[in-house]
Design a protein around this ligand. Structure first.
Ligand code: ZN
Length: 397
């Protein structure tokens, strides 16, 4: 499908806008989902005039992380392309990753005099201490055997390590035995080409030991991942894409598929202003709203409802720009009563002058289940946006 699609794309000046309300989908609480409970006259009006549907981010029953959900939204099959844990972690702390990188999740840990791990999280040291330790490591260790070393703190005991150099491989074993009472493991190559990488990793671990004291006197490394080297959206879809997001991980995901990341402030109003200012310069916009997901994970049903109402209230400012195709959906569901991502398909609102309107009365999960789009894969949404933007040529004679 992807190769067929890539061959059909053509450039024009139609503008596509993908509004991603992270974790938008819910399940009923006291009879209503968050979207059902929210007063959303603008989205409901669009649902009445255009079409709705539901989409499975990965496959029915599969609960996705935001990584796979976003890949699908961007038109990349999440079952074919995997973004490794280390890469996601690196994007999450705002590190730029390049095709020369192997990204790794790090933990500060405590080992005793016999070299046995007694606390894999070093007593959850403060983020402040973590920062100091990462700065010390970064100052002392800049390269190992020609490989550039980049260390950046995360929260508490977590940090990210990037190895940047030629011919690095992520086919190496993890050093974290995952269980206390064991010694840390040596990093071993899983393929002959990874020997050099494993050596660099072991040298890094040894070099940090001289710089660390209890409780954080050892580093454990896992989630080794190479840059996925995806073909860009420009190349595949002949789009000029831009991303507007406030959290590092989403900016990073957008960057992985070749989007320009637009500078924006932290509030929804700031993101809309950024969209407005850059409207003339791009033909595809990914607009990300993060907090719906965080509120869902907190189990804060009321606040999620309120935020959805605020998004709806600001929607006319976006509609004023007159996108040729507008899609409002999520990267996955985060029902407040589950306090977590879930497997439920996400509701989709699809706005284009070329739809045959369905009978949807409002934008919510229940209405969307009967919408004209039916139940599709989230991956199929971008081809539909391209088609409605008249950006796909005919297939076959
Ligand atoms: Zn998400």
């Amino acid at each position: 499908m992807e190769t067929v699609l890539d061959k059909l794309t053509q450039k024009n000046d139609k503008k596509l806008l993908l509004l991603v309300i992270d974790g938008i989908g819910g399940v009923p609480y006291r009879g209503k989902t968050e979207l059902e409970a929210a007063y959303t006259p603008n989205m409901d009006r669009l649902a009445k005039s255009y079409i709705t549907g539901v989409a499975d981010p990965v496959a029915p029953g599969i609960t996705p992380g935001s990584g796979p959900g976003h890949l699908a939204l961007f038109g990349y099959d999440p079952l074919r392309y995997e973004i490794g844990r280390g890469i996601l972690e690196a994007l999450g702390v705002g590190l730029e990753v390049t095709p020369k990188d192997v990204a790794v999740r790090g933990n500060f840990a405590t080992i005793d005099d016999n070299g046995i791990i007694i606390d894999r999280r070093a007593g959850r040291i403060s983020t402040d201490l973590n920062r100091q330790l990462c700065t010390r490591i970064q100052q002392e260790i800049k390269t190992i055997d020609g490989v550039e070393i980049i260390v950046k703190p995360g929260k508490e005991h977590r940090f990210v390590l990037i190895l940047r150099g030629d011919k690095l491989s992520d086919k190496v074993t993890e050093t974290d035995p995952q269980k206390e009472g064991n010694p840390p493991l040596r990093c071993e190559p899983l393929v002959p080409e990874a020997t050099h990488t494993a050596e660099v990793v072991n040298k890094f671990v040894n070099a940090t030991r001289k710089l660390l004291n209890p409780p954080a006197n050892f580093v454990l490394l896992r989630g080794f991942a190479k840059h996925p080297q995806l073909k860009s959206m420009q190349e595949r879809f002949k789009l000029t894409p831009a991303g507007i997001a406030t959290y590092p991980m989403y900016k990073g995901l957008a960057r992985l598929v070749g989007m320009d990341i637009l500078e924006t402030g932290p509030e929804l109003e700031d993101e809309i202003e950024t969209l407005r200012k850059n409207w003339d310069n791009y033909d595809f916009f990914y607009f990300h709203i993060k907090r719906t997901d965080s509120l869902g994970e907190d189990g804060n049903w009321e606040a999620k409802v309120e935020l959805i109402e605020k998004i709806d209230k600001l929607l006319p400012d976006i509609l004023d720009l007159h996108p040729d195709v507008l899609v409002i959906t999520g990267d996955h569901s985060t029902p407040a009563i589950l306090k977590a991502h879930s497997w439920h398909p996400v509701p989709v609102l699809f706005v284009s002058p070329y739809v045959i309107p369905d009978k949807s009365e409002a934008f919510n999960e229940r209405e969307c289940m009967h919408g004209g789009l039916g139940r599709i894969r989230l991956l199929d949404l971008l081809p539909l946006m391209l088609a409605h933007g008249l950006k796909l040529k005919k297939y076959g004679a």
